[in-house]
Design a protein around this ligand. Structure first.
Ligand code: FES
Length: 148
């Protein structure tokens, strides 16, 4: 998996990026493999991981929900959309993925579709002019399709 040439600590970020590209997140296994390759303590790798928001320590859920937190969406109620979606999925305590692995919710900077604010993207499909109710229904519909 980790084929990049190793020349020292400068390789840490590129190796973490490669691991994330391969698996969608940086697994514990990858962390220890990288630490061993670079001959640094795993705690150092964890430290770097927690510093950079780009790295994930858990797999993504099957369905990806991105909620815009750009200015236009914020002004038009995206915080209420976030609250509605997180409560629908019972996400709390900073978790972004449901325990069943079905949904991951991310808050993203402007999608460039501000005229549709507030905007949410579910599995690559954009939904605009959302209300908290509409957002809840979308999540419910996606969850229901899982059981058909
Ligand atoms: S601010 Fe949300 S799409 Fe631009």
């Amino acid at each position: 998996m980790l084929q990049a040439p190793v020349t020292g600590k400068g390789d840490l970020i590129p190796l973490l990026q490669k691991a994330q590209e391969a698996e969608g997140y940086v697994s514990e296994e990858a962390i220890y493999a990288i630490a061993e390759k670079l001959r640094i303590p795993a705690s150092e790798v964890f430290g770097v991981l927690s510093f950079y928001a780009q790295f994930r320590l858990r797999p993504m859920g099957k369905h990806n929900v991105k909620i815009c937190r750009g200015t236009a969406c914020h002004v038009r109620g995206s915080p209420l959309i976030v609250t509605a979606v997180e409560s629908e999925l019972q996400l709390g305590g900073g978790e972004d993925t449901t325990p069943d692995g079905l949904f991951t919710v991310e808050k993203i900077a402007c999608f460039g579709a501000c005229s549709l604010a507030p905007v949410m993207v579910v599995d690559g499909r954009t939904y605009g002019n959302l209300s908290p109710d509409k957002a809840r229904r979308l999540i419910r519909k996606t969850a229901e399709e899982e059981h058909v």
